[in-house]
Design a binder for this molecule. Structure first.
Ligand code: ADP
Ligand code: MG
Length: 251
């Protein structure tokens, strides 16, 4: 069996008195596309952010590539350097593209590989060009983000994440901020990553896409997993009345 890339067990997260995640467990083996669906406020982003340590879990265990994240008794990370290292192994793509606006596309891609990882610049540039070509932006390496469409910016953001050669990709509603006519070009890139066997956790409201690309789908409701399963089952034969209602509301 393929090794586990990401495992989350009993994850809880509270913001003050508000408990947003109430004990969530998910797992992705290498090459799996695991998709999180659910209504606004159900905890999807918080879950991804905890996997990437942008949020500190209140309780639970996170294991990345077989390595358990070490926590203190109060749940805070024990080892900052471990967190940095593991975070670098996960490529995160947000709804808002988050490119550095004062850097060109190429500079966006090589910044962290060169200045944080210490990769020789020529190597980083070669890697970046290869990835820009893959996402259809070979002609745009000298452009500033403001001169790109939303779809181009998001493809650049995906290429930037890939430049770190991540173990897995985390996508949080990567097409939600795009004009409808630009959604397809970004989904095509994500689909090509899935097809080449990349591991990913994906949050999306694109249900048709989720059905086609996912190995496993998790429906979150109010901080808990309400239902999960293979896409044919979850979309084709949902059991929970909440999930049925949700699917009606988004399709
Ligand atoms: P989703 O991505 O499924 O829409 P989120 O994970 O963003 O849901 O949010 C779940 C809940 O947690 C929401 O009620 C949201 O307001 C709350 N929340 C998220 N982040 C914070 C934060 N930093 N501080 C306080 N509340 C937060
Ligand atoms: Mg969200």
């Amino acid at each position: 069996m393929r090794p586990e890339a990401i495992r989350v067990t009993g994850l809880r997260k509270s913001f003050g008195a508000l408990e947003v995640l109430k004990g969530v467990s998910i797992s992705a083996r290498e090459g799996d596309v695991v998709t999180l669906i659910g209504g606004s406020g159900s905890g999807k982003s918080t879950l991804l952010r905890c996997v990437n340590f942008l949020e500190t879990p209140s309780a639970g265990q996170i294991v990345i590539g077989g390595e358990e994240v070490l926590c203190r008794a109060d749940g805070r990370p024990k080892d900052r350097r471990q967190i940095e290292r593991l975070r670098q192994s996960l490529g995160m793509v947000f709804q808002q593209f988050n490119l550095w606006t004062h850097k060109t596309v190429l500079e966006n891609l090589i910044e962290v590989p060169v200045h944080v990882l210490g990769l020789p610049k020529e190597e980083a540039v070669a890697r970046a060009r290869h990835l820009l070509d893959r996402v259809g932006l070979a002609q745009k390496e000298d452009a500033y983000p403001a001169f790109l469409s939303g779809g181009q910016q998001q493809r650049a953001a995906i290429a930037r994440a890939l430049c770190m050669q991540p173990r897995a990709m985390l996508f949080d509603e990567p097409t939600s901020a795009l004009d409808p006519e630009l959604v397809g070009e970004v989904l095509a890139v994500i689909r090509s990553l899935a097809d080449e066997g990349r591991t990913m956790l994906l949050v999306t409201h694109e249900m048709r896409f989720a059905r086609e690309v996912s190995d496993h789908v998790v429906y979150l409701y109010n901080g808990l997993i309400e239902e999960q399963g293979p896409p044919e089952q979850l979309f084709g034969d949902p059991q929970s009345s909440r999930l049925k209602q949700f699917l009606k509301s988004v399709t």
